[in-house]
Design a protein around this ligand. Sequence first.
Ligand code: 2PG
Ligand code: MN
Ligand code: MN
Length: 550
Amino acid sequence: MIELKKSKNFAGSEGPVVLVIMDGIGIGKNPESDFVKQAKTPNLTWLHENALYTELRAHGVAVGLPDDGDMGNSEVGHNAIGCGRIFEQGAALVGKAIASGAMYADGSVWQELVSNVNHKASTLHFIGLFSDGNVHSNLNHLESMLRKAKEQGVKKARIHALIDGRDVPPTSALDYVERFDAFLKEINADGTVDYCVASGGGRMNITMDRYDANWDMVKRGWATHVKAEGRTFASMKEAVETFRVENPGILDQDLPAFVIERDRAPVGPIVDGDSVIFFNFRGDRSLEITKAFEADELKEFDRGPKPDVLYAGMMQYDGDLGVPARYLVTPPAIDRTMSEYLSNAGVKQLAISETQKYGHMTYFFNGNNSGKFPTETWKEIPSDVCPFEDAPRMKADEITDVVVQAIESGEYKFIRLNFPNGDMVGHTGVVNAVKLAVEAVDENVGRIMEALKKANGIMVCTADHGNADDMCELDKKTGALVLDEQGRCKPKTAHSLNPVPGIVYDPSGAANARLADVPEAGIANLAATCITLLGFEPPEDYAASLVKVG
Ligand SMILES: O=C(O)[C@@H](CO)OP(=O)(O)O
Ligand SMILES: [Mn+2]
Ligand SMILES: [Mn+2]
């Protein structure tokens, strides 16, 4: 059994250690674009000036992504915070498996899927996020797989494209359509294969729901991709252009579903004998559609007859459940998480958020495993199903009610929570709502501070990556703000590349915490920090604690 040693310097505080993850609240660089700065945040400002405060890296290689041009995201962020080390993540692992050819090796799942369609003269389908955001997927991976499929004799491939606009600019769909059309033209040119787009829709409208928040999305996705039911178009370009005319101002992520037809028939329903690859590597938004393809019985919606297909995910999405059964690339081997160490030490832990980020605090935090350690309690506050710009407080008040009660009860030694507001509202691009979202987080951080003052506990407050801190598009070449016709900044819906705050607030002063000299500190250093503040020595191979105590 893995164990923590008690610290010689500090026996732990009287009250709990509370880890607050303010999702998507980073430290901005441009005041015009920084809606954390523009919001009223008396508590965060006070903490900046009076508590221990440092900046932490939350993007690129500091969280296991291929390079420093990659923005952070919730999966890699919560993995790093919960596991205290930097693991090479999905984006990097898939890229390497493709480059080395390991993904396509003899005996691989890829070979099994390809042999299946070659043997049966059936279709190889690809469903996934049509993007190069490197958060859930990368179009390079799709193109490489299609090239390989052609090389290996696959005659018919169909692509079901989930339009992004959330990890990439909000209305950039046609850039990707254009790039991919050129790719298809080239690959189809010699007439030996028939590869084309069969269906799709905005990622926040179909297929990519998470944490059981809204299964209707998956139901719509199933009807679109599998049954080829829905509004038909001659091409993806025509679909996107038509929807934009009909819904002025619509963001790509919200685009309706579409089915592509040729000679009055849909080009790519998914039928018995086909192979299907869900090519997203990230698990949260892949698990529900995977269940729809894999489960013998499905209670969440009536899917009709389930086609008998060989289904594979790009990665294994849940290590504890072993889902999906078939996957192309092995995920990072994240072991010995902070939750496991604390459980073995008998530390009672509470993990809480609302539905939209619930799995972030449980499944992602525990290294993409859905199992619970013995001393953990998990609490989910149901999220509303509505546009979050209309309700920017989301469930921050309700989450805090439970946290304050848990602090007062003395039942838990370690409490971890996620406030989704800065991120979920940040993704809408509605900047006035983003301000209100940040203000709701600040108020609730204040309530937690008050409760910890009374209980003699300690708060560690941070974020998994930025978003609300960088809400305007910048010109790629000049770095200048991109303005619309009215001179307003053009909203950006993606995460930022900015650092995030690392705050330690110890109102009783019991820990005598001082910032340690940690070069290039990142959010992976937070696990050792929490363990130190709980009165233990962090495991030797964890990224160092940000504080010294005692
Ligand atoms: O909504 C999501 O899926 C991602 C953005 O693609 O955001 P986060 O990483 O914060 O969950
Ligand atoms: Mn996040
Ligand atoms: Mn996000």
